[in-house]
Design a protein around this ligand. Sequence first.
Ligand code: GLN
Length: 465
Amino acid sequence: MQTRLLSTTQTTPFFFIRRLFSTVSIRPMAQANQNQAKDRSNLIPFSSRLREGRALAQDVWSIYNVANLPADCINLGQGYMNFAPPAWVTEAAETALRTVAPNHYSHPKGRIRLREAINKFYGPMFNRELDVESEILVTSGANEGQYSVFTAFLEQGDEVIMFEPFFDQYLPSVTFNGGKPVYVPLHPPSHSMNKATSNDWTIDFDELRRAITPRAKMIIVNTPHNPVGKVFTRTELEGIAALAEEFNLLVMADEVYDCLVFDGKEHVRIANLPGMWERTVTVGSAGKAFAATGWRIGWLIGHPSIIQPTLAATTRIVFCTNSPLQEAAAAGLEQAKERKFFETQRQEYLERRKILTDVFDKLGLKYTKPEGSYFVLLDISDVNFPEDYPFPQSVLGRGRDFKACWFIALEIGVSSIPVSEFYCEDHANIGEAFGRFAFCKDVDTLRKAATRLEGLSKYIKRIDT
Ligand code: GLN
């Protein structure tokens, strides 16, 4: 597959503008007929920062939301589980709700029980005792933690390097804080490659180096990766670390899927590489770990020189994170090892992954076998659909993948997420070839989805490889 050259600018694509004007009506007051009643529909202009980072565009999660799709459509789109957190974790939440203190504000650093549990669980993985006062920060989900890091460290115009495909939330989080995203695509396996794994998505290190300008301040490294499932290798992380050292970059290691690494692959924490502790903040998530994505409990681990300014930011953004669910997350981390929770969960996810990959094999469709996280990227280039299909406005003017995913959701009854959403406009063509199917669902649901997906066979027409 051809990939276009690296882009360091983000222009607002026309379709975002169009959608902006379809959701927000802007009428020049000066042109209003003096005799008519004053138009009061937009008295107060909203901030120009909303015009950046695609903030006003309809997000992909709402377009492919269950609410927009037929009621019986199986949701393999937005990545959340259709099963409950473990009972021993929710019981801890119930206990916390029945106790006075955890119904009130927590310390902005996070509840001490959770910070201690994080130290006990993660300390050995970082080969150090973590200082619960200065090296751990509990945040309102990983998202808010990342946002607070951007607030704490970005000056207007500072550049943040992110690999594409990138988790969509990074973009507005950077631009809201005055930063400028710089995109470096991971290079996908060629369409002709059989049995590609997430490891076949590669970094061109010359391209990465060229992307680093004197304004570069940060680089985001998401491993295991959403949506590719890539678990960055030690060699790749060493290459990134060397560049971070050379150009004095802050590294945001988004490792929210760290409990989901498969196939004997090693999850290397970039913070552990020589010299990296002082310039890396590692992001974690109770939502991914304990099937509780709505709890919004996340954490940051790093050197005090990174955590302390971030604490100052988060304190002024949310003040503190919800208290009872911090207690529950603490219980989860405290008991996980003894219960062999993550080992069991990993096995369960392997079975879930296999249901999806088996059906794609049966169909003869190419896909990326993920070595981590819970997404399979299906190459949808061979899936054909009628151009005159009644697509909704929200997917028109977007990449081919938006149409393909919509068509599959409506005709096959299984939803997925179009991957071009995770690219800048200049590189969207790379993502257009893929639909992302999440397998964080129970086995029965995935089997039902697989049976439906067999129906794709009648829409498959091979293209030249
Ligand atoms: N992280 C989840 C995913 O990638 C959900 C993202 C969201 O809803 N903002 O599917």
